[in-house]
Ligand binder design. Structure first.
Ligand SMILES: Cc1ncc(COP(=O)(O)O)c(C=O)c1O
Length: 415
């Protein structure tokens, strides 16, 4: 793969598309309900058709200069006001994904720290924070300090209180964390930040577009957003539980002054004033149009309907896992994302890697983490609860030892 060189001759669309259709038959089918990460299966053909239509409508347009494509400009403006309203934010910006939103929040905090004279800014987070934080620290020259979590898998405020210093540019909490689906004690973390005159970011990339609706369904949700004093920024991805297709996230601020640190303006070249709010230069039209169409189409009613399906799936999957002797859900998660592994207290010893193999053999695609298997539930998973639990029960009963136990999340394609 990848050693063919630049093609000498072109290929006709029909032959190229035919070959791709054939090749894709072996790819992971996310509509089946048997995949648990990377794609959110909304199981809503009408929404999917709408997304295809708007994506092709705006396929070639570029929001680099928003004043050239005024429909995109209007949609972006409306999106920003919708998300400010949903999250009670003072200011918002779009980005291409969770990682870019996190980069922007870290850059803003780094520059705020520099402005108060800090030479070597530092970021504090729990070890469960997403790798986008160490990545942002590497790229932006911020010292990354991951801290141990409590026995319940949540950030430990005592560790933060001991580690915070005048160099701390940003304290980070997750709502929820990716590995365990648990919400860090945001009020305690935000209070430590405020008491030390620094900023506090809530990474709600994963949960941001589910939590407000989860709460409205009456589910217990610990304080996690701008209603908590001391929270200064948040990230929330429309391309996760916002159910739009990839390439769209939001970075939100309590106040506009902080967001100003994110703005880039440059006119010392001959090409005219270059102004930009995020890392990207060229910004593709389809993610903006898709997010606008998705939120406008679904509305609060639609998000509540989908949250209810996610809740049904979550209850079914958790109850199923918990009903199987030898398995344990890690850390009592608040949301629809969780890890389960072998219960060390159980008389029934389980090799969780062998269970993963058994589930692979039955056509499921569970992600392997260091401590167990990871589940992230979408609306479409409510259709497969019984099939999943039956296969999991069979895979546990089958026993055996793991064939391989690689715990892999991302990957590098070198060229
Ligand atoms: C909690 C959390 N933060 C950040 C990210 C990064 O988002 P992205 O992959 O869109 O860059 C993820 C992705 O899963 C996440 O779960």
């Amino acid at each position: 793969m990848g050693d063919e060189g630049f093609p000498q001759h072109g290929t006709a669309p029909e032959s190229l598309l035919g070959a791709l259709r054939e090749e894709r038959r072996g790819d992971l089918d996310w509509r089946s309900g048997r995949a648990f990460s990377l794609v959110y299966n909304v199981d809503d053909p009408e929404l999917e058709a709408l997304q295809h239509e708007v994506a092709s409508m705006f396929l070639h347009e570029n929001a680099l200069n928003p004043f050239r494509y005024v429909t995109l400009l209007r949609m972006e403006g409306e999106l920003l006001s919708m998300v400010r309203d949903l999250f009670g934010a003072g200011a918002a910006a779009l980005s291409s994904g969770g990682t870019e939103s996190i980069f922007l929040a870290v850059q803003t905090a780094r520059d705020a720290a520099r402005a108060r004279g800090v030479e070597h800014p530092q970021l504090l987070c729990a070890v469960t924070a997403h790798p986008a934080f160490p990545k942002a620290c590497k790229y932006l020259d911020v010292e990354f300090t991951p801290l141990p979590v409590r026995a319940d898998g949540r950030a430990d405020p005592d560790e933060f209180a001991a580690a915070v210093s005048e160099r701390t540019a940003l304290i980070v909490g997750s709502a929820p964390s990716y590995p365990f689906g648990v919400i860090d004690p945001i009020p305690e973390l935000a209070a430590i930040a405020a008491a030390n005159g620094t900023l506090c970011h809530v990474d709600a990339c994963l949960g941001g577009f589910l939590l407000p609706f989860w709460e409205r369904l009456g589910e217990p949700v610990p304080p996690w957003d701008f209603r908590v004093d001391g929270v200064t920024s948040m990230s929330a991805d429309i391309h996760k539980y916002g159910y739009s297709y990839k390439g769209i996230s939001t970075v939100l601020y309590r106040d506009r002054d902080l967001q100003q640190r994110q703005v880039f303006m440059y006119d010392s070249w001959p090409g005219g004033l270059y102004a930009s709010m995020s890392a990207a230069g060229t910004r593709p039209g389809p993610p903006i149009a898709g997010a606008w169409a998705t939120i406008t189409h679904l509305g609060t009613d639609g998000y509540l309907r989908l949250a209810e399906r996610v809740l049904t799936a979550t209850r079914g999957f958790r109850a199923g896992v918990e009903s199987i002797d030898g398995l344990l859900v890690t850390s009592n998660p608040e949301l629809s994302v969780f890890e389960f592994g072998a219960d060390p207290e159980s008389a029934h010893a389980v090799d969780i890697g062998a269970v993963a193999d058994g589930m692979d053999d039955r056509g499921w695609n569970l992600d392997r983490q260091q401590g167990g298997l990871h589940v992230m539930l979408s609306p479409g998973h409510d259709r497969v609860v019984d099939a999943f639990v039956a296969d999991l029960r069979a895979a546990v009963a089958e026993g055996g030892t793991a064939r391989d136990n690689d715990q892999v999340y991302g990957g590098v394609v070198e060229g």
